[in-house]
Design a protein around this ligand. Structure first.
Ligand code: CS2
Ligand code: MG
Length: 413
């Protein structure tokens, strides 16, 4: 049997998603997530204009060879667009292989190493009172780990703080369309002041520990904004509050910067959602500068390369913390769950529930119950795209915000 059809769906049920569909000569369909938030059309074009024709006629079972072919064929290496495109092909081929075998994908990856995947959810609030309410709601629902993000006095809308508008039912969605819901033409601009942040946040964690005790696992996302020495100071200041992890404490391109943070603190560190190959982690892993690998399967070349990355991390005692916001589609989430169920060095799984609108288009088999997810036992990834439903949601361009410091200079968002 061979690959016969390769189609790319760009749809916007609540937010934008890019999904690859591969159909074999005997009609088996595999799905892959190719969503790159804010640059969706670049990946859709990479797949449609440069990859699709090269797949036709290939043996769909030769997953490793296809991965190596797609990684080497363009000559130009790595990058978020290339690796998201390769990821989508890889996920679809694993979906097909598991469907043909009549088993859920995790069985092909070595079977279950645990009963289910512990998740962390996003609790946020513009002020402490609303953050406290959000954490209380989650704790009462059985959640054991929460990521906390909160407003900073003196600053406006900042990363990670969900709208407090009445009826705002879902977590924070950073990519913004135009105010009238049409395609945006440029990013929104947010304001940032690291000193205000460094002064405010330790007190928030202190209050959370007073209010919720020591058992609750607390995570926090620094979202790339601190300099290495600021990150070192912050990680040291929050050490008494025993975070599960401090994420993206400083921009990760300079992997050696984490040495400075490690010298000053034992606060566990997570990094990598903007990384796309194992080479982005090589120093971080071999020098044990991080404790959790944050990449999404969708952004790191797929299941084939993500499994290799996590096996490499396991040698150094580093665990998974796979990226799972709503801008990873249900197909990409399912890939994370199958992988997370099978590997030994699973850490925790990020979980932002997709909206009902999104789930009208993606039929999922994974399930959530009181702080844990399971991929389900449907053959393959267990997610199918309803193409007619998807066609009703036209792509609408949305940009992630940019950040400026109070003096107007550009900063990391
Ligand atoms: C965040 C993401 O989930 C996280 O840890 O960093 O929500 C990130 O801001 C978005 O994925 C960007 O599209
Ligand atoms: Mg993050």
């Amino acid at each position: 049997m061979t690959i016969e059809l390769v189609d790319v769906s760009v749809t916007s049920p609540g937010r934008n998603f890019v999904t690859l569909k591969i159909t074999t000569s005997d009609g088996v369909v595999g799905w892959g997530d190719a969503t790159l938030n804010g640059r969706e059309l670049s990946v859709a074009s990479y797949l449609r204009d440069h990859v699709a024709s090269t797949l036709i006629g290939r043996d769909e079972d030769r997953i490793e060879d296809t991965w190596q072919y797609l990684y080497r064929a363009p000559y130009w290496r790595r990058g978020p667009v290339t690796m998201a495109a390769i990821a989508a092909v890889d996920m679809a081929l694993w979906d097909i292989k598991a469907k043909k075998a009549g088993m859920p994908l995790y069985q092909l990856l070595g079977g279950a190493s645990r009963d289910a995947l512990r998740v962390y959810v996003h609790a946020s609030g513009a002020d402490y009172a609303s953050l406290h309410d959000a954490v209380t709601r989650y704790v009462e629902s059985g959640v054991t780990a929460v990521r906390v993000q909160t407003g900073i006095p003196g600053l406006g809308q900042i990363y990670g703080v969900a709208s407090n508008k009445p009826g705002a039912k879902y977590d924070y969605e950073p990519a913004k369309r135009a105010a009238d819901g049409s395609s945006a033409t440029r990013p929104a601009e947010e304001e940032w002041d690291t000193r205000k942040y460094l002064s405010h946040m330790p007190g928030v964690f202190a209050r959370l520990r007073e209010d919720f005790g020591t058992d609750l696992r607390i995570l926090h996302d620094g979202h790339h904004r601190m300099s290495p020495i600021e990150a070192a100071r912050f990680a040291k200041d929050i050490e008494p509050y025993d975070l599960f992890w401090l994420e993206d404490c400083t921009p990760g391109e300079d992997q050696s910067a984490l040495r400075l943070v490690r010298q000053h603190s034992t606060t566990p560190l997570a990094i990598g959602e903007v990384f796309n190959t194992v080479y982005d982690y090589q120093t971080l892993i071999t020098e044990r500068l991080i404790d959790y690998v944050r990449s999404a399967v969708t952004h790191t070349g797929g299941i084939t390369s993500m499994k290799k990355l996590l096996d490499f991390a396991a040698v150094y005692g580093i665990k998974s913390g796979i990226h799972g916001p709503t801008d990873i589609s249900p197909v990409g989430m399912a890939a994370a769950l199958h992988l997370g169920l099978a590997i030994h060095n699973f850490g925790i799984q990020e979980y932002m529930p997709h909206s009902e609108t999104t789930l009208e288009v993606f039929q999922t088999s994974y399930s959530y119950e009181r702080g844990y997810l399971h991929p389900g036992d449907a053959p393959g990834l267990g997610v199918e795209l309803d193409e007619s439903a998807a066609a009703a949601f036209e792509y609408t361009k949305a940009y992630l915000p940019v950040n400026r410091l109070t003096d107007g200079s550009m900063h990391d968002w």
